[in-house]
Design a protein around this ligand. Structure first.
Ligand SMILES: [Zn+2]
Length: 636
């Protein structure tokens, strides 16, 4: 806000130190993420337009402009109003700094700890070093009373004021406004749940109870326990109740903790999309597929589906390079692709599609250093974010990341310890979360994780999860706090374990046996919560499928659906939406083959395949070249 100084003296008599600030009333036009231009009554406090006591809509001058524009009633003017829409925070990250003059700064620290423990919102501290990464941020200061702007304003710094009368609970409440939560009692259905006692309301403050905002946070039932609800005596002139719950004995106005309803609303506003590990096939959205293969000259070739196959059903786009193994691709959002390959010099190479062109060029690659065994694994937890994991020549795990720039540097890597056999696996169940799985020299499964602030169990340490694994791990997440891990065992069968948010199933060291005799690497995909689809190649080289529907394994715990074919590669599967599966593998003529599930039936048939042409030399996960460490059970 450009104008955040003390206002004219006439306002001062209304200013209180707490959450319920009052002043001269006026009306203005606001709009939100899920509602159009709406006229609201606000109160002028210190030249700020204050709504319902502690939500600052902007400066009085800004709100007066919205009203003037609305009165002109033309398209241009309405466009101006809509520009004022309140935004969600990018990547669910709310960067913050604390004004040095703010007393009792522990209130801020404790409130942020509370939010981070209960919601996906993360609060990186903004410093000189990361300022460019976080252009929009909150400054906590004492600017008179407890108040906040609503949502991310998108114009640089915005204030949360914590006056001397504001507690940690008030800070949690004000952060709620900054994240995008309105007051609970402003819901359209509130008259069913609370009674407004107008006789007890301070003169002129009636409008503080008359607002009806329908926004994205109006999810779930009316929540008396919300930290965003007015207390019983808000704006009371006589200490008697101004707002009384219809349900006898219901508690309202707590300023201690986010309620389950508050947390559900935040999860609704900031949906956490689980991201699968990189693969030669990827989808950035419905009706879109991108497949990358190596041709006979080991150059990278590309084809895509966007309603029809491009450049043609059996044709490919030549993307140059000479690669050691099948490319690994991820999409951090619509119309974005990032592709990683290991070159013949064992270094990592990168290219990207930015929506209009390939970078650095159609056939060019960015050199990213390293000496890599096998192929990289990559995940994108959100826009402009990539995490790349590779196994180095010392068999240690190494990590690099992109957050607008490459860390630790374009060609540098972070050493994550371990002695890894086969290929690593990484998934993300939401922003700022990574789960990495590797097989150790004892062939047990090992796990490490990034929780948004630190690596667990440590930067170079691992959690041992048991087993004697003969494949690399394949891991999917169907949502926050859920992981499903698949490996093959020494008997060739498929094995499963899962993380349900609190414990490993069936136990830390045990696995669920899922039958079969699997050749090569298994494939797993999840199209949504409580759904898993697994694909393996059997000893007859046919494709086999099994699935989990939330209740049981189909066709049975140990059984598989025969999907025909004679495969010469492992299957690669991607899902662009709930109920959709696209399966790719190579056949005996080295061409690429495709089949799909549209939610009702398999195309072109249960056991049939669409030929996509090509002479493909690599569609499999790389074999680690040090033969004695290979996972292949046939050569032990
Ligand atoms: Zn409030």
């Amino acid at each position: 806000m450009a104008d955040n100084k003390s206002g004219p003296g006439g306002d001062q008599k209304f200013v209180s130190e707490g959450e319920f600030q009052a002043g001269e009333s006026a009306s203005g036009i606001i709009s939100g993420v899920t509602f159009g231009p709406t006229e609201v009554v606000y109160y002028k406090v210190n030249n700020l337009a204050v709504f319902e006591g502690d939500i600052v809509l902007g400066t009085v001058a800004e709100l007066e402009q919205t009203k003037d524009a609305a009165n002109q009633d033309d398209a241009r003017a309405r466009g101006v109003i809509i520009t004022g829409a309140r935004f969600r925070w990018t990547n669910a990250e709310v960067p913050f700094r604390i004004n040095a003059a703010l007393p009792n700064q522990q209130r801020v620290r404790d409130a942020i700890t509370h939010w981070e423990a209960r919601t996906p919102i993360r609060f990186p501290e903004r410093t000189t070093a990361n300022a460019a990464q976080y252009p929009n941020f909150i400054e906590f200061s004492d600017s008179g009373g407890c108040w906040s702007m609503l949502g991310m304003q998108g114009n640089g710094m915005q204030t949360i004021s914590l006056g001397t009368g504001c507690s940690t609970g008030n800070a949690i409440h004000e952060i709620g406004h900054a994240v995008g939560l309105w007051h609970e009692q402003s819901r359209e259905d509130r008259n069913t749940f609370v009674t407004i006692n107008r006789a007890n309301i301070e003169a002129g403050m009636e409008s503080q109870f008359d607002q009806h905002i329908v926004d994205g946070d109006d999810v779930g039932g009316y929540d008396y326990g919300s930290i965003m609800h007015y207390p019983r005596t808000a704006f009371s002139k006589n200490g008697l109740e101004t707002i009384t719950p219809v349900q006898a004995g219901a508690q309202i106005g707590q300023r201690t903790a986010l309620s389950a309803g508050d947390i559900a609303a935040v999860n609704f506003m900031y949906p956490q999309t689980a991201r699968a590990s990189s693969s030669p096939v990827v989808s950035w959205g419905p009706n879109r597929l991108d497949a990358f293969v190596l041709g006979t000259n080991r150059a990278v070739f590309h084809k895509w589906f966007s309603g029809a196959w491009g450049p043609s059903v059996t044709g490919y786009e030549n993307m140059g390079g000479i690669a050691e193994c099948a490319p690994q691709a991820v999409a951090w959002g619509p119309n974005r692709l990032d592709l990683f390959v290991t070159g013949t010099d064992s270094a990592l190479y990168h290219k990207w599609w930015n929506g209009s062109a390939w970078g650095p060029s159609v056939t060019g690659y960015e050199y990213m250093g390293g000496v890599i065994l096998g192929d990289p694994r990559v995940v994108a937890w959100g826009p402009n974010r990539l995490d790349v994991f590779v196994v180095g020549s010392d068999h240690g795990l190494y990590h690099k990341w992109f957050n607008g720039a490459w860390g630790p540097s374009v060609t540098g890597y972070e050493n994550m310890g371990g002695i890894v056999v086969g290929q690593p696996e990484v998934v993300s169940w939401g922003p700022n979360r990574l789960d990495v799985f590797v097989i150790g020299t004892d062939r047990a499964l090992y796990h490490k994780w990034w929780n948004g602030s630190a690596w667990g169990p440590s930067l170079t340490g691992y959690e041992r999860l048991g087993g004697v694994c003969t494949s690399s791990p394949r891991v999917v997440s169907w949502g926050p706090n859920r992981l499903d891990v698949f490996v093959t065992g020494t008997d060739g069968a498929l094995y499963h374990k899962w993380w349900n948010g609190s414990a490993w199933g069936p136990s830390v060291n045990d696995f669920e046996q899922l039958g079969g005799i699997v050749v090569g690497e298994p494939e797993a995909v999840s199209w949504g919560p409580n759904r898993l689809d697994l694909f393996v190649i059997g000893t007859d080289s046919a494709l086999y499928h099994k699935w989990f529907d939330g209740n049981a394994w189909g066709p049975s715990v140990l059984g598989y659906e025969n999907m025909g074919g004679i495969a010469t590669s492992q299957p690669r599967v991607v899902s662009w939406s709930s109920g959709r599966l696209d399966v790719f593998l190579t056949g005996t003529n080295s061409a690429l083959f495709h089949k799909w599930f549209n939610g009702a039936a398999w195309g072109p048939s249960l056991t049939g395949y669409e030929s996509l042409g090509g002479v493909i030399t690599s569609f499999d996960e790389a074999e680690v070249r040090a033969g004695s460490d290979a996972l292949n059970r046939d050569t032990d």
